[in-house]
Design a protein around this ligand. Structure first.
Ligand SMILES: O=c1ccn([C@@H]2O[C@H](COP(=O)(O)O)[C@@H](O)[C@H]2O)c(=O)[nH]1
Length: 245
């Protein structure tokens, strides 16, 4: 089975909480729902590696979303430590460039060589954050061109560096797959079920629309975590995803 087939159309729940205890409460409510757990900065900086290990021991697939962006040697060390946690996926900022991303992969390979019980994580590059739009890119940051062009440049350098895929909005999935191939993994936040609050997200699609674009993973945070009944919100999202399969 190809990487695309193994990963197509999966749900990742963003555990954006200030403490392990609050994250555990959501996890209990989602018991049995097929999803990855995404640990981002807020939870990792408070609950640390132990919480990641706890998720793994409970049998969850884990995406550690720390978006590393530093000099190659530092990122290599970070990737080495992250791989030792046994996560299934982690990311770096594609804006750090090819050498930095190659170094991340080296850190992974070193860890695997030291401990053969570890499995190879999927390593992806963050392109243009889904909270940003055309105005942010051109007027605030001063980068010319369209958001899609920027995303495709980041995706291309990520692929050249030998990583497995990218984080982007679901709006760019088809262009990314067209440029980098079907097997190049897309992880897409910026998911908003019809009628839900966009909040700080700019480039959004519904779960069904995102799956129709051919994305591998959708990332959903507040539409589940801030819902009055998170379990029912997650179930509805999965039902919506199924319509597109
Ligand atoms: O471009 C990006 C990269 C990462 N994220 C992360 O995804 C979730 C989205 O949460 P929502 O509550 O559904 O908006 C969050 O953890 C972000 O850090 C992203 O949104 N965009």
């Amino acid at each position: 089975m190809s990487l695309f087939e193994q990963t197509a159309g999966k749900l990742m729940v963003a555990l954006d909480y200030p403490s392990a205890e609050q994250a555990r409460q959501l996890i209990e409510r989602l018991e049995g729902i097929p999803c990855y757990m995404k640990v981002g900065m807020q939870l990792f900086y408070s609950a640390g590696p132990d919480f990641v290990k706890e998720l793994k021991s409970r049998g969850y697939s884990v995406f550690l979303d720390l978006k590393m962006h530093d000099i190659p040697n530092t990122v290599k060390g970070g990737a080495h430590s992250i791989t030792r946690l046994g996560v299934d996926m982690f990311n770096v900022h594609a804006a750090g460039g090819k050498k930095m991303m190659v170094a991340a992969k080296e850190g992974v390979l070193d860890a695997l060589q030291e401990d053969s019980s570890l499995t190879m994580p999927i390593v992806i590059g963050v392109t243009q954050l889904t909270s940003t739009n055309q105005e942010t890119l051109n007027e605030e940051i001063g980068i010319p061109g369209t958001v899609e062009q920027a995303v495709l440049s980041y995706a291309s350098v990520t692929k050249e560096a030998g990583l497995d895929g990218v984080v982007a909005s679901p709006l760019e999935v088809q262009a990314i797959k067209g440029r980098c191939g079907q097997n190049f993994v897309t992880v897409t936040p910026g998911i908003r079920p019809a009628g839900s609050e966009k909040g700080d997200q700019s480039r959004t699609l519904t779960p069904e629309e995102a799956i129709r674009q051919g994305t591998n993973y959708i990332v959903v945070g507040r539409p589940i975590t801030a819902a009055p009944d998170p379990r029912s919100a997650a179930e509805q999202i999965i039902e919506e995803m199924k319509k597109a399969w």
